[in-house]
Design a protein around this ligand. Structure first.
Ligand code: FES
Length: 587
């Protein structure tokens, strides 16, 4: 007999329906919940679970409803798993309930749509707000637990445990529930995932262990609050244990906070094994130099010659942790080694910090180079750089100077010491480079600069989003005769049409992939080819570039600009989709 078929969603759903019916009855008959609410919630919750499970079990048998049943069950159990932590206060039957719910959710193989930028912000705000509130409350609970365990005054002792009891029911338990839900949504709705990165996985373990601790401390708080009504009652060992648990609770919450901020550990081994396409070319860091405050310049050399590149190109740098980051090449295209300049961003996701920790001799890998920021032919060039956005312009202006082209560079930074390459650029091109350190000079008058640009000037801009937005907004009026080229550090807010389902035909592999409205083209393609190259998943880096053979791409990336957005020969499937019902790809 093949027992694996019992792990299929339909039989598991039937098992869960029966279990939920029995669990609801057990909770309903159990008289010892700390508050009638938990007993009622458990009874109603399991009754609802039984009804939903039975309905979905029946729907699984009808192909037209099977997909809807699967989605319904996924959503239901994602809410129901943390809900059962509440039911634990009424009956221990919630333990096997959570295990069964988790098993069923895994069997349903959930896939989560990525949150949009606005949605991500809303959920992150909720998660941070709830977690911070929980952290503060835990400190208050620890203080009360210490007071209760140490005071000799009966009234204060009883009051401390009564307040803890009220806090526990009114705030701690809902906070546990909401923090887990919002954390799961943020993780699953973003590239972080739940088990892809060590720091997220550790946070998940902490998040799931806290409710377990909470069930112990809830019982103790309840017992102490009731017992200390009697002036002769002493908290004894239970009071001490409660204070220790509250301290542990607080320590775990702080650990989760530190993990969220520092994001240590990189990707998990299984995520690394899954890999993102080609591993890249192994290279060695042959030199590390401080280029400016918080900016390190690294030389990267391979065992053999590295691929040729042109000014404006960037590479993917695959770090030892598995993180992949994009950096513009800022050296000499004829040199045997690549050079990149990396700004240390303490509030970033850890990539720049890891780059800054690399020493000479460190082994990394590169992918690319790719170039979406090429020098076009133009009678004159205006470069507008902000901060580390100067990097791609270093080889670009050198190439233009060799050609004898007419160019000008305006470079804005925090201070001369923080502006990478400022000294070498002004020394080499004193008449063409204008430095604008914020600590000594006002913001450059971008409008005047653009108005003064000769006809058909190629305007290149790379820097913070606010600078790019300002130049983009000014171009139509101040420089309508010029053409703007931008290189972004991160995706901008996009106005897109509705996501509709379509089909992608992979011509080379003779496969047709259906792309539902709630999945990206890249995610659908990875189902049939997990080795596809990608990195940012935000339409910025260009790693996922794919050739289009037929059909019309709906470009939503931040790589193609101007008339290139009408191109029909290329698509960035991490964000872009098809116009119409079908697109044919060279895969
Ligand atoms: S993965 Fe970066 S553009 Fe698609």
């Amino acid at each position: 007999m093949d027992f694996r078929r019992f792990l299929e969603p339909r039989p598991l759903t039937a098992v869960f329906a029966v279990f939920a019916g029995v669990a609801g009855a057990l909770v309903g008959l159990h008289p010892d919940a700390p508050h009638p609410f938990f007993q009622s919630a458990g009874t109603v919750g399991y009754a609802l679970a039984a009804v939903v499970s039975l309905a979905c079990w029946a729907a699984f048998a009808r192909p037209a409803f099977a997909s809807r049943a699967r989605k319904t069950l996924i959503v239901f159990h994602l809410v129901f798993i943390p809900s059962q932590f509440l039911f634990l206060l009424a009956h221990d039957v919630a333990w096997p309930g959570m295990a069964l719910s988790t098993l069923l959710t895994v069997a349903l193989r959930p896939r989560f749509p990525r949150l949009g930028r606005f949605g991500r912000r809303v959920w992150v705000t909720l998660h941070v707000g709830i977690s911070v509130g929980w952290l503060g409350l835990s400190l208050a609970m620890l203080t009360l637990a210490i007071i209760g365990a140490t005071t000799g005054d009966h009234a204060i002792r009883h009051g401390a445990y009564e307040i803890m009891h009220a806090f526990n029911i009114a705030i701690v338990i809902p906070s546990v529930f909401l923090a887990i839900i919002t954390g799961a949504v943020v993780s699953l709705g973003t590239p972080w995932g739940l088990v892809k990165h060590w720091w997220v996985l550790l946070k998940l373990v902490i998040a799931l262990s806290l409710p377990v601790l909470a069930t112990f401390e809830s019982t103790w708080i309840e017992r102490l609050a009731a017992g200390t009504a009697d002036p002769a009652f002493e908290p004894g060992g239970t009071g001490v244990l409660l204070a220790i648990f509250m301290g542990l609770f607080l320590a775990l919450l702080w650990t989760a906070t530190v993990l969220s901020v520092f994001k240590p550990g990189g990707r998990t081994p299984w995520e690394r094994r899954k890999s993102k396409g080609p591993k890249g070319i192994p290279v060695t860091v042959t030199a590390v130099r401080a280029e400016a405050d918080r900016v390190a310049a690294l030389e990267l050399a391979g065992a053999g010659p590295l691929p040729a590149w042109e000014p404006g190109a960037h590479i993917d740098l695959v770090l030892p942790s598995g993180r992949v980051r994009q950096y513009s090449l800022c050296g000499d295209p004829s040199a045997p080694a690549y050079r990149i300049a990396v700004l240390h961003e303490p509030d970033g996701r850890g990539g720049s910090a890891e780059v800054h920790s690399l020493k000479e001799g460190a082994a990394v890998a590169i992918r690319g180079p790719r170039n979406h920021f090429r020098l076009v032919d133009a009678p004159s060039y205006l470069f507008v750089a902000g901060g580390i956005g100067i990097a791609p312009f270093v080889p670009m202006v050198a190439a233009l100077e060799r050609r004898g082209a007419d160019w000008r560079l305006v470079y804005r930074g925090q201070s001369p010491a923080a502006m990478a390459f400022a000294r070498s650029l002004t020394a080499a091109y004193p008449d063409r480079v204008v430095l604008s350190p914020a600590d000594a000079s006002p913001r450059p008058d971008l409008e005047a600069l653009l108005r003064a640009a000769p006809p058909r000037t190629a305007v290149y801009c790379c820097g913070p989003a606010s600078m790019l937005a300002a130049v983009e907004a000014l171009m139509p009026t101040a420089c309508p005769h010029g053409r703007l080229h931008v290189e972004r550090f991160a995706a901008r807010e996009r106005e897109t049409g509705p996501d509709t389902p379509f089909e992608a035909e992979l011509r080379a592999s003779r496969t047709v992939v259906r792309v539902p409205a709630d999945r990206t083209l890249l995610a659908a393609l990875q189902d049939v080819d997990p080795t596809l190259d990608f990195s940012c998943e935000d339409g910025v880096c260009g790693s996922c570039e794919t050739r289009v053979l037929d059909g019309v791409p709906d470009h939503r990336d931040d790589i193609l600009s101007g008339e290139d957005r009408a191109r029909r020969d290329v698509i960035y499937p991490c964000v872009s989709r098809a116009r119409g019902s079908r697109i044919v790809l060279d895969l």
